[in-house]
Design a protein around this ligand. Structure first.
Ligand code: NDP
Ligand code: GDR
Length: 374
């Protein structure tokens, strides 16, 4: 039975990847951080009681900032595959916490690679690094591919640049099977609530149900290449199954603006929006309501405003990936379009909003389910 070790297992990608690897018959080890509240909601549904024989999901407390802890876990598990998905992954937050972001995202990657080398696992353990389209930042070529020069625009992207190159370096210097997936934005109903797509689908669903009044956004003209996380974790695994380690761009090859994503989300809620005004004074107004999914709204309501706090000190205005190499060498193509993904996210967020309305009406508190006990 193959063993995989996933850092960031409690995150969006980690949870989908854990499901995927369990389905493939792997023993899956995940590193989770100690938090004062349960932080395992994305993996509760695949929890396996460690007291029952044959359990294949095993969690270890750890932190990418803690060398001895990572080395100990690596020594205990001796994984066939390591997926380094753990990171302070929010670009805007990296401007607030640049040093922490560098420690976790850059040096954390080095710590894992060193642990593999130091423990003599270089011939056994394959390593996947979660690299990012943010490396392209101020883009030098469109669409971006594996050979496009990097120009990172945030402490997050600069930290990920180090992680990218140290992964290449361990491959070249020590012959490690180590590769970078340069992944463009990918989303899902499990996306963190402060990333733009989820902020929109969750925010508009709440507003439609009367749980909130207005959504405050930053640069809604930013352009992104959005895929579905499920398609992208499949590719993470495929990259580690080749004869030779290589780096791949993973993207859909299609680009949309944040503004378009707002329109799609509103449409999925049966709302037609009209944007009015310019710059910081721009607003989105309800022009028509075509379904019963937005009972709290009436025509003329302002549901979105611009707030300068969501602008970044240096913005990445446009990203568009060219996944030709992944398609030609690995036969990988995404199955889910950005529009379908948006609809799926709205469905889930609307369900949650309706549940909150019901609980509120009956004056009940939300139960906090978490099956993973320590
Ligand atoms: P998430 O933010 O959803 O998950 C990040 C994970 O990292 C969480 O499990 C988090 O734990 C964990 N983590 C954070 N800090 C530490 C730390 N100090 N030590 C150990 N674990 C830590 O990210 P995604 O799933 O979206 O992304 C996965 C990876 O892919 C990240 O490295 C991200 O930078 C990268 N990436 C993501 C893209 C995307 O569009 N989603 C695109 C390109 C790259 P906790 O749950 O406790 O917070
Ligand atoms: P990004 O994703 O920075 O591309 O990083 P995010 O969804 O945060 O932003 C995308 C674009 O939307 C603009 N934007 C806003 N963003 C947020 N979060 N909140 C807002 O209110 C808002 N308004 C406009 C942003 O300025 C930006 O241009 C994600 C992360 O998952 C990284 O870890 C990953 O490496 C990259 O994708 C690829």
């Amino acid at each position: 039975m193959k063993k995989a070790l996933i850092t960031g297992i409690t995150g969006q990608d980690g949870s989908y990847l854990a499901e995927f690897l369990l389905d493939k018959g792997y023993e899956v080890h995940g590193i989770k951080r100690r938090a004062s509240n349960f932080n395992t909601s994305r993996i509760d549904h695949i929890f396996q009681d460690p007291h029952i024989e044959g359990s294949r999901l095993k969690l270890h407390y750890g932190d990418l900032a803690d060398t001895s802890n990572l080395t100990r876990i690596m020594a205990e598990v001796e994984p066939d595959e390591v997926y380094n998905l753990g990171a302070q992954s929010h670009v805007a937050v990296s401007f607030e916490s640049p040093e922490y972001t560098a420690d976790v995202d850059a040096i954390g990657t080095l710590r894992l690679l060193e642990a593999i080398r130091f423990l003599g696992l270089s011939d056994r353990t394959r390593f996947y690094q979660a690299s990012t389209s943010e490396l392209y930042g101020l883009v030098q070529e469109t669409p971006q591919r594996e050979t496009t020069p990097f120009h990172p625009r945030s402490p997050y992207a600069v930290a990920k640049l180090y992680a990218y190159w140290i992964t290449v370096n361990y491959r070249e210097a020590y012959g490690l099977y180590a590769c970078n997936g340069i992944l463009f934005n990918h989303e899902s109903p499990r996306r963190g609530e402060t990333f733009v797509t989820r902020k929109i689908t969750r925010g508009l669903s709440n507003i439609a149900q009367g749980l909130d009044k207005c959504l405050y956004m930053g640069n809604i003209d930013a352009l992104r290449d959005w895929g579905h996380a499920k398609d992208y974790v499949r590719m993470q695994w495929m990259m580690l199954q080749q004869d030779k380690p290589e780096d791949y761009v993973i993207a859909t090859g299609q680009q949309f603006s944040v503004r378009e994503f707002i329109y799609w989300s509103a449409e999925a809620l049966g709302i037609k929006l009209r944007f009015e005004g310019q710059g910081l004074d721009e607003v989105a107004i309800v022009e028509a309501i075509t379904s019963d999914r937005a009972p709290a709204l009436t025509v003329g309501d302002v549901v979105l405003r611009i707030d300068p706090r969501y602008f970044r000190p240096a913005e990445v205005e446009t990203l568009l990936g060219d996944p030709t190499k992944a398609k030609e060498q690995l036969n990988w193509l995404p199955d889910i379009t950005a529009q379908d993904m948006c609809r799926e996210m709205v469905e889930e967020d609307l369900k949650t909003a309706r549940r909150h309305v019901l609980l509120k009406e009956h004056q009940l508190d939300l139960p906090v389910p978490s099956e993973i006990q320590d």
